[in-house]
Design a binder for this molecule. Structure first.
Ligand SMILES: [Ca+2]
Length: 336
């Protein structure tokens, strides 16, 4: 906010100077060009601010500032007219009300830069958590390259058998918490799942208010989980105040070759329903007819989590000869 005010101040000074020296005020088109130029790096506190948009003549810029910045920066072609900019703002407004088409790419990681995952996209949960992250999981999560690495266009999360900080296994758990969250949208994750028994891979989301209202009030959306003892099946689930833990809001589907090839695990979240699919085929829709605070906390931002657990309630028994198993992810894309 401080930065935005200073930008406005500079702009006002510029107008004042222009008026006295050349009597020239920026046209709306020039102001939009300036806004677009300032939006080149929106992930790092870029502009435009809501005030900037309003000063350019944009109506109803009532949504989330970061969403406008991302949408303008990602727009192809770059908006250069008031109409184009207004269309983008209108689309963001639709998305944030939950009635958008979820067909415009807003955030993604293609994992095309080797090394550690992008620090501007991902943070980590480290350690064993309380009671094995609530599920009696056996791994110690690290952010070492041994457990999480990007190479050849893929993110690889490797679970290993090794003695580490008192645990017998290591692995990794990445999240976008603090970096990216969204309300309503479509998530697509192209992944190849770990083959070994005893592994429990998960692609899921938690409400950002997790830290204040706790679980399950924050709402959890499980896009893909796979049990350690059935590598031909995956499941999707919802956890909230109406049902959590051994939730009644869950459904399985068979995915032949889930550990030998890549498949696209997706969720389409709108104000009306949450649809889960594999390779474009919807297998579960959650849409309580009467939505309450208990069964539908899904009106607020959620962040993404990718992890590979060992053992625990859904990992089950780990073979004594287990050494290593990995989940590979080609991309994570969010459309709104
Ligand atoms: Ca990739």
């Amino acid at each position: 906010m401080k930065k935005n005010n200073s930008i406005i101040s500079i702009f006002v000074l510029f107008i004042a100077f222009s008026c006295t020296s050349e009597d020239k005020i920026l046209s709306v088109g020039e102001r939009i060009e300036q806004i677009v130029a300032e939006s080149d790096n929106p992930a790092h506190g870029g502009t435009p601010s809501l005030e900037d948009l309003a000063s350019a003549g944009i109506q109803n810029a009532t949504g989330n500032q970061a969403s406008y910045e991302r949408a303008i920066a990602l727009a192809v072609p770059t908006p250069t007219t008031l109409t184009e900019l207004q269309d983008i703002v209108n689309n963001v407004n639709d998305n944030e009300s939950g009635f958008g088409n979820n067909d415009i790419l807003e955030w993604y990681d293609e994992f095309d830069v080797d090394g550690s995952p992008s620090k501007s996209n991902w943070t980590y949960d480290i350690g064993t958590g309380q009671s094995g992250w609530g599920n009696n999981e056996l791994q110690y999560y690290t952010q070492r390259s041994d457990n999480v690495n990007v190479a050849d266009g893929l993110l690889t999360i490797s679970a290993k058998k090794e003695n580490f900080e008192g645990a017998s296994y290591t692995s990794a758990r990445l999240k976008t918490q603090g970096e990216y969250s969204f309300t309503y949208g479509k998530v697509e994750v192209r992944a190849k799942l770990p083959a070994s028994a005893g592994t429990w891979p998960a692609i899921w989301m938690l409400g950002t208010n997790f830290t204040t209202v706790g679980w399950p009030a924050c709402g959890e959306i499980d896009i893909m989980e796979q049990k350690g003892w059935d590598k031909n099946t995956i499941s999707a689930a919802l956890h909230n105040l109406s049902s959590s833990g051994n939730t009644e809001n869950t459904k399985e589907t068979s995915v032949a070759g889930s550990t030998t090839g890549f498949h696209i695990y997706a969720v389409n979240w709108t104000a009306e329903k949450i649809e889960f699919s594999v390779d474009g085929v919807v297998f579960y829709t959650y849409n309580p007819t009467v939505k309450t605070n208990e069964n539908w906390p899904y009106t607020a931002p959620q962040f993404l989590i990718l992890n590979l657990a060992m053992g625990g309630s859904l990992g089950g028994d780990i073979p004594s000869d287990f050494t290593e198993s990995k989940m590979e992810i080609d991309y994570v894309r969010v459309y709104r």
